[in-house]
Design a protein around this ligand. Structure first.
Ligand code: R5P
Length: 319
């Protein structure tokens, strides 16, 4: 990624008001500066963002990394507006209606990387019935207009972003989740609660060096799932169920029921994205002995940093 950079200016990792913790950790891993951009809401709920004047020079460096989630919906709007403000600054367009300050600078060229810890709408990745929007793709197409590369952490399914016009690095926190489970849980057995999580969960099992199996899941509706009965060799064992995300907790609760019936001694749930919607945490408390997630979304069970995985992606894009 090219651009002009004065030797005194550090490349920055940026965030709006949310995402600051991950952005700071990412900056420290990448040995870049962390710069918080202004973001707040008007009384009617609309978003407002601004690049503070003292940050303008650093944003015009060789490359910048914006850390921003596309969740909840307000996160999408904030991401789009932040990218717009960053691009204006990098293009040198600082004109304002009052005509104050420097109006036009050189265009420093491309070099805006968007790092997305949690990519919202990832599960609407197909047209399940005629006329539906493929939401995951629609959002990517909008974001692609305003950045030069994207890093996405543990995207539900990668196929939906095939053939995009810009480089995308898909990264995973499974190595860090494996470390966490190994150090604090020491599982004997890793279970994938459905086919979709097999590659992630088996990676964790491989890194820890323990047994692995998976369940066949059928989703009846957003709140109801069923698992096909399967014999699992878990009697007396410590088991960790590994998934990309936990939303209502239904998938984990049903998987833990199957494990308990077959004699599992201790059950933990681990995932990258802890959404925990609609009382999921209290439901899970009755089913599992521990919950482990990254901080891709702020949640009270986050005990793994998403920053190392994002750093791997940013480094690859900058190579
Ligand atoms: C679906 O395929 C995902 O990988 C998760 O298993 C699912 O989104 C979890 O949702 P819930 O916690 O509502 O069962």
């Amino acid at each position: 990624m090219k651009g002009s950079r004065s030797p005194s200016v550090q490349m920055p990792v940026l965030s709006g008001a949310s995402g600051g913790d991950i952005a700071e950790s990412l900056a420290s891993i990448l040995e870049m500066d962390y710069v918080q951009l202004e973001s707040r809401r008007f009384p009617d709920g609309e978003a407002y963002v601004k690049v503070p004047s003292e940050a303008i020079e650093s944003l015009r460096s060789e490359a910048v990394v914006l850390v921003s989630n596309t969740y909840p919906d307000s996160g999408i709007m904030q991401t789009v507006l932040l990218l717009g403000a960053i691009n204006d600054v990098r293009r040198g367009d600082l004109s304002n209606f009052k005509g104050e300050g420097e109006q036009q600078m050189d265009d420093v060229g491309p070099g805006v990387i968007l790092a997305i810890p949690y990519y919202g709408y990832a599960r609407q990745d197909k047209r399940f019935s005629p006329g539906e929007a493929i939401s995951a793709r629609v959002i990517a197409d909008v974001l692609a207009e305003s950045c030069d590369g994207i890093v996405i952490l543990d995207l539900h399914s990668l196929d939906v972003l095939e053939g995009m016009s810009l480089p995308i690095e898909f990264v995973s926190s499974m190595p860090e989740i494996a470390d966490n489970l190994h150090n604090y849980v020491a599982p004997d057995f890793i279970l994938s609660p459905d086919r979709g999580a097999i590659s992630r969960a088996s990676e964790v099992a491989g890194l820890i060096g323990c047994e692995f199996s998976y369940l066949e899941k059928t989703r009846i509706d957003a709140h109801t799932i069923e698992h096909t009965p399967k014999d699992l060799d878990v009697s007396g064992k410590v088991v960790a169920i590994v998934d990309d995300m936990i939303s209502t907790g239904g998938t984990i609760c049903r998987a833990s029921d199957a494990l308990r019936r077959q004699g599992a001694k201790e059950i933990h749930a681990a995932c990258t994205h802890g959404l925990f919607t609609g009382g999921a945490l209290s439901r899970l408390a009755n089913h599992v002995d521990g919950i482990h997630t990254t901080d891709s979304l702020p949640n009270p069970r986050a005990n793994v940093s998403a920053a190392p995985a994002l750093a791997r992606g940013v480094r690859k894009l900058m190579e």
